[in-house]
Design a protein around this ligand. Structure first.
Ligand code: GRF
Length: 222
């Protein structure tokens, strides 16, 4: 019998604050044996985050680190950092994590920390991106997966998906349409990183090899 050598999977630490539908998309992706990443730890800053149960149901280790227990952002981020390092996490995925991280944390996890944001960055940074898109009258919006830099919603873009904005859309309708795209993009972005296919050159993320070569802007719904 020929011996099978298994390639070690990239260990993910997923940070959440809420319902965790993007966490669920990552959990679902990892149930495919050929997916090159696994979730080692889910951390929430809120004990009531719905996403925690999703992790428990999937048999994934969870940790609640309440930000209110810390007197400043540095000590909270140090607790996050310790937990992630102890779990030997190789890539941190922010998935609806509603705390601003310190520049020190972003630097410690430079190029190993990604976020998903519900707009086509650099447009509509911040919390109310759907309302901003509707107010601007754009015909398309979407989502962006990007490496995190100390500035909010900034950093090399790994991939984006565009969705139409329809007449009569309200924030709920637009966010539902974008969320569907998010659930396809986040697992794909993690796959590309885990396969070593994302290189950052002069602060631009280039995707190398395979069918996404030469396409830093990718619309998986297209
Ligand atoms: C998503 O829209 C994500 O883009 C943003 O926060 C939301 C989190 O949703 N950063 P969920 O908790 O993953 O369902």
């Amino acid at each position: 019998m020929v011996g099978l050598t298994s390639v070690p999977k990239l260990k993910l630490g997923v940070l959440i604050s809420g319902r965790g539908s993007n966490l669920q998309a990552l959990i679902d992706a990892t149930t495919d044996a050929s997916y090159p990443a696994e979730i080692a730890l889910v951390i929430s800053n809120r004990a009531d985050a719905g996403g925690l149960q999703r992790a428990v149901d999937a048999g994934i280790r969870t940790l609640v680190i309440p930000h209110k227990d810390f007197t400043n952002r540095e000590s909270f981020d140090a607790a996050l950092d310790n937990a992630l390092c102890e779990a030997e996490v190789g890539l941190v995925c922010l998935a609806g994590f509603m705390r601003l991280l310190t520049a020190g944390f972003a630097q410690s996890w430079h190029d190993r920390l990604i976020n998903i944001h519900p707009s086509l960055l650099p447009s509509f940074k911040g919390l109310d991106s759907h309302a901003q898109a509707l107010a601007a009258g754009v015909r398309f919006s979407g989502c962006t997966v990007h490496f995190v830099r100390p500035e909010m919603d900034a950093g090399p873009i790994i991939l984006q998906a565009a969705v139409p904005v329809h007449d009569g859309d309200d924030e709920d309708a637009l966010s539902r349409r974008i969320l569907e795209a998010e659930h396809r993009c986040y697992p794909l972005a993690v796959r590309l990183i885990a396969e070593g296919r994302v290189k950052i050159v002069d602060e631009i993320a280039r995707i190398t090899a395979g069918k996404f070569a030469q396409t830093p802007l990718l619309n998986p719904l297209g």
